[in-house]
Design a protein around this ligand. Structure first.
Ligand code: SDX
Length: 389
């Protein structure tokens, strides 16, 4: 079929034709505010810098779900509920043990999260409290799925969660099979805070779209994981690390500036840079950059951080583009021993709080999400029998 060129089509009936919905405001929300010019990120009233300095991931999760910070009793109750929900249902563990050891971790997380709906102990209702309980259950179990697969694929036994410690603590404990160090826990907790929520990104939009049909919260989370998996979205952090490891293969010849300039010459997108909304430094990258620097100095392995700074300068001078949340998170996770193909899973186990907060908000004031599409094909073609085609 011949397609018409957009320029030749009368689009007056389609005034909001913005590819990728760029610049379109489709919702109101109390979950976060992003000022792309100022480089400001607010979670339900609190600046990300304030939360990075004072909050725990569990307090941020409560803030996103309830639009306020928890009292001491409420925080203890949430921590107890997360601890009680961390253990995985046996069939999910059997799936993780039996699936291909070459499977992509995000694909395993997507499948396992979907399976959790078959074993949802939080009741069968679809009221707000039922969905909140499911949100808490997923937030508790996703780290266990990720850690379990990371070990099983290397021929190791799964480590069961322990009933003390934070989400960050338990994740590192289940992943490594030993008590995590205080610095590693603090680093992981801050990374979970920085990745928890970010307005109408592709995965959150996916989640709200699935919610808008009155489907269930597990379907919405599984769909969101699928969206986050892509390298233009959450998959960028893994791609950043793979890019740095590709550069490292050049050994003593490695030169980050020419490496990046070559890629730009070839019109390649440099992972970890640019953003649809931020037209300045991503405020989350400010904290991740500090962490990456501190960890590189602590470990004495400063090469990847130094290369990152050189790449940052090159992107600024060549394209006037700043890093986003994915750029320095790569070297932060690498510094605490996380395998690169697990980085996007860590993004997901944090962003499930933002996704589910948006699900609750959408469900409370729902309207089916159904935009339009401008048809550019031909119409009412004559039928041609197959023998004549
Ligand atoms: C996340 O939405 C969110 O909030 C997402 C997120 C969240 O917390 O949920 O912040 C998390 O997903 C961060 C983004 C992670 N993705 C990457 O790092 C992948 C690399 N980045 C690019 O693909 C890009 O910057 C996007 C996809 C993030 C945003 O792209 P846009 O808004 O669609 O902009 P564009 O692709 O139209 O680029 C505009 C110009 C182009 O130049 P020209 O073709 O006009 O000359 O900027 C250039 C692009 O080529 N450009 C880049 C670039 N990003 C934009 N050039 C090289 N490398 C890049 N990374």
């Amino acid at each position: 079929m011949n397609k018409q060129n957009l320029e030749d089509i009368d689009t007056q009936d389609y005034p909001h034709l913005n590819r990728g919905l760029e610049g379109i405001t489709a919702f109101t929300t109390s979950k976060s505010s992003i000022d792309g010019q100022k480089g400001e990120l607010i979670y339900a009233g609190y600046n990300i810098d304030t939360l990075a300095e004072h909050a725990s991931f569990e307090e941020v999760a409560f803030l996103l779900w309830y639009d306020r910070l928890p009292t001491s009793d409420e925080l203890d109750q949430l921590k107890n509920q997360l601890a009680a929900e961390r253990a995985l249902p046996r069939p999910v563990k059997e799936y993780i043990r039996s699936t291909s050891r070459e499977a992509e971790p995000m694909a395993v997380l997507r499948t396992a999260t979907s399976m959790l709906s078959d074993y949802a102990p939080e009741g069968s209702g679809d009221g707000e409290q039922d969905n909140l309980n499911r949100a808490i259950a997923m937030t508790a179990k996703m780290p266990a799925v990720i850690a379990a697969f990371a070990r099983v694929r290397n021929g190791k036994e799964m480590i069961d969660p322990i009933d003390r410690g934070s989400t960050a603590y338990n994740f590192l404990y289940m992943l490594n099979g030993e008590e995590p160090g205080e610095q590693a826990v603090k680093t992981m907790d801050l990374c979970l805070i920085l990745h928890a929520e970010h307005g109408m990104n592709a995965s959150t939009f996916t989640c709200r779209t699935i919610c808008s049909t009155q489907s269930d919260i597990y379907s919405a989370a599984a769909g969101a994981i699928g969206a986050l998996k892509g390298p233009l979205h959450g998959g960028a952090n893994t791609a950043v690390m793979n890019m740095l490891l590709e550069l490292d293969k050049q050994g003593d010849e490695a030169d980050p500036v020419s490496f990046i300039k070559d890629k730009l010459e070839k019109k390649e997108k440099i992972m970890g840079f640019g953003h649809r909304v931020y037209k300045t430094f991503d405020p989350r990258a400010v904290h991740l950059r500090k962490m990456s620097k501190a960890l590189s100095e602590e470990t004495g392995y400063t090469k990847l951080y130094e290369w990152s700074e050189a790449i940052l300068e090159t992107m600024k001078s060549e394209k006037n583009i700043d890093p986003n949340v994915d750029f320095f998170s790569a070297t932060v996770y690498y510094s605490i021993g996380i395998k690169p193909d697990l980085y996007t899973c860590i993004f997901a186990m944090s962003r499930v709080t933002g996704w589910t907060a948006h699900f609750l908000e959408q469900a409370a004031n729902n309207r089916l999400i159904r935009p339009r599409a401008l048809y550019t094909g031909e119409k009412n073609l004559e039928w041609t029998p197959v023998e004549d085609r």
